[in-house]
Design a protein around this ligand. Structure first.
Ligand SMILES: [Zn+2]
Length: 281
């Protein structure tokens, strides 16, 4: 998860269209209001997809067509037999731009209408509360265990990535999200592991060519620089799984280097350091 800047005072025209006035009035007066997705379908989803560079707001996988509009605070109440996570619905935020984020179908399904808080007594239950319509104040007041990537300016501090493709929570919020959004589902983990493995495989090919065929050092440097460039380029915030790529760069020894024999490790780390020095200038 990475921070995304959204101008909450400037919602897509579709959301604020006056033809929905009655629907918006109904949501405040009828507790059984069922959301009309026609109010936030086409341009709203397009805006979100653009804002989030085509990625899921939570797992950061590129999902294009599959992205869905999710209500960060669930519009409907949760009424389960197991009451641990039950809550009333945030009905008044059904059509609020600040409450809409794009999720992949897997994260959306896993999240369902959970919305745990650090302290359940702090939950705001109706639209008349003084902070009900102030996204940032509401966030500070309620202290949700699900991070809002538009409000938390450093959501990355809640997570860390491991060389086996797993993601771990570093804070209570991060741990809660890993669990509820199923961030280590087999598919998600396999996808991340696959990317790491591919880098290792490409580097292995380049190193074997060098050691087995009298290739010169500059040629090896050229081949590896192309791979290093890819790792660093993919760490940019508009790229899928940018946070994991940032981990691969910062913990190159753990993710890549220690997959190789000691003599290869030395050469690899020297060339990686050279590349990073060049890149940081
Ligand atoms: Zn996702």
């Amino acid at each position: 998860m990475i921070h995304v800047k959204k101008d909450c005072n400037n919602p897509p025209a579709e959301l604020t269209d006056s033809k929905w006035s009655n629907i918006k009035l109904d949501v405040l007066t009828n507790s059984d209001h069922s959301a009309k997705s026609k109010c936030y379908r086409d341009t709203t989803l397009n805006e979100l997809v653009k804002l989030y560079s085509n990625k899921c707001a939570c797992c950061e996988r590129s999902r294009g067509e599959e992205l869905q509009i999710d209500h960060y605070r669930p519009k409907k109440a949760r009424n389960n037999k197991d009451t641990t996570y039950n809550h009333l619905g945030y009905y008044w935020l059904t059509y609020e731009w600040s409450n809409l984020i794009p999720l992949c179908s897997s994260c959306n399904q896993a999240k369902s209408n959970y919305f745990p808080l650090k302290d359940n007594d702090k939950r705001i239950t109706n639209h008349l509360h003084r902070y009900a319509n102030q996204a940032i104040r509401l966030y500070i007041y309620e202290n949700p265990l699900f991070i809002n990537p538009e409000i938390d300016t450093k959501p990355e501090r809640h997570f860390k990535y491991l060389p086996n493709g797993e993601v771990k929570g570093r804070t209570i919020e991060g741990k809660t999200m890993v669990k509820f959004y199923k961030l280590n589902s087999r598919t998600k983990k396999r996808e991340r592991r696959g990317i790491i493995k591919e880098y290792i495989l490409d580097i292995r090919k380049a190193l074997y060519r060098y050691y087995n065929s009298n290739e010169n050092n500059e040629y090896l440097r050229g081949s590896l620089d192309t791979i290093f460039e890819k790792i660093i380029e993919n760490g940019k915030t508009d790229k899928p799984l940018s946070l994991m790529h940032d981990y691969i760069r910062r913990f190159f020894d753990k993710f890549i280097e220690n997959q190789f024999k000691p003599n290869m490790q030395d050469r690899l780390i020297t060339l990686f350091k050279d590349y990073q020095n060049k890149w940081s200038k």
